[in-house]
Design a binder for this molecule. Structure first.
Ligand code: ZN
Length: 315
């Protein structure tokens, strides 16, 4: 029997950074993720596209950035992913407190839905949470990075969507297979049936101005689907439900469709295959600039125009 079609959880989250070198240093050295792909923005090849993740780039652990060094700062607000949470193993926040202090990262601890949380921000001000959880998924952990495996990030815990009225977004999440889990003040937690990277939190009653896209903001959040066939079915079903959905776009490492949820956040559904080993060996991900075939003939021009990046950790 095949399981009913549902979204398995978060596939990746894509945000706008400022200086690519600063993001590279922070996500690899401080958070211990691996740069699994160094490529360009296919729609704007004078801009990098950096993919950070666990060892192999497993969906559920992938955080990607378009670094726009000269772009204005954005503002975080309504209609955006306003916080990104990573799962860390139980009792690992003591380690993170020391480690982050050693890297001069401001931090404060709190609790949410009964879980201990450390709130930090990345160098561009994107709010990041480290959430201690018993049920974190070891397969999403980075195992050979600078962080000891017992403390390493284990993929996404959740993402928070900032909304004025969470109702229509909640209905869409339920349509995608998420279920209501709990409610706490103005936060509502929804969860996909799978265990890893499966939580979406809706922060309702966001009264401020809508968020403005720019450096330090999230561009979109992508959800997982296992096959092209299921993605096609999602596209049909979402269109029937009244959403304006893009055609399937080949992003080389996955295939994507995009649509805007009723609260304004840009959603994507991305396929798990083919993954990051499609254009370089799995043992050497992210070590050199890779380009899609149609840009390979422009490699020397692009390499001249793109800012120079120094990898600061052994991959
Ligand atoms: Zn995406």
């Amino acid at each position: 029997m095949t399981a009913p079609r549902h979204i398995a959880g978060i596939h990746h989250i894509t945000a706008i950074a400022g200086d690519p070198q600063r993001s590279l240093n922070f996500y690899t050295q401080v958070l211990g993720l691996r740069l699994v792909k160094l490529t360009v923005n296919f729609d704007d090849p004078y801009t990098y596209h950096l993919y950070f993740a666990n060892e192999s780039g497993t969906p559920g652990s992938i955080l990607t950035f378009f670094p726009w060094p000269d772009a204005p700062r954005g503002s975080i607000g309504r209609g955006q992913v306003s916080a990104i949470a990573f799962a860390v193993p139980a009792a690992s926040l003591e380690y993170w407190r020391r480690h982050l202090a050693a890297h001069s990262v401001a931090q404060h601890e709190g609790a949410s839905f009964g879980e201990r949380v450390m709130h930090i921000a990345d160098p561009d001000g994107i709010p990041l949470d480290l959430v201690e959880t018993e049920t974190s998924e070891p397969t999403l952990a980075r195992t050979f990075g600078p962080i000891p495996p017992a403390n390493a990030l284990r993929g996404f815990h959740s993402a928070t969507l900032s909304l004025y009225d969470g109702g229509p977004t909640a209905a869409l999440l339920e349509f995608m297979g998420f279920r209501f889990v709990a409610e706490d003040a103005n936060r509502v937690r929804y969860k996909a049936p799978d265990d890893a990277a499966a939580i979406i939190e809706l922060m309702r009653g966001s009264q401020g101005p809508p968020g403005r896209l720019g450096v330090g903001t999230v561009h979109h959040i992508a959800f997982r689907t296992p096959t092209d066939e299921q993605q096609h079915e999602w596209r049909n079903d979402l269109t029937k439900r009244g959403h304006s959905v893009t055609p399937v776009i080949d992003r080389k490492y996955f295939h994507s469709i995009y649509y805007r949820e009723p609260g304004g956040v840009l959603f994507e559904i991305a396929t798990d295959p083919p993954g990051f080993a499609v254009d370089e060996p799995a043992g050497h991900l992210g070590e050199r600039l890779v380009l899609p075939d149609w840009l390979e003939s422009r490699r020397s021009e692009l390499e001249r125009r793109l800012p120079r990046l120094m990898s600061t950790v052994r991959q």
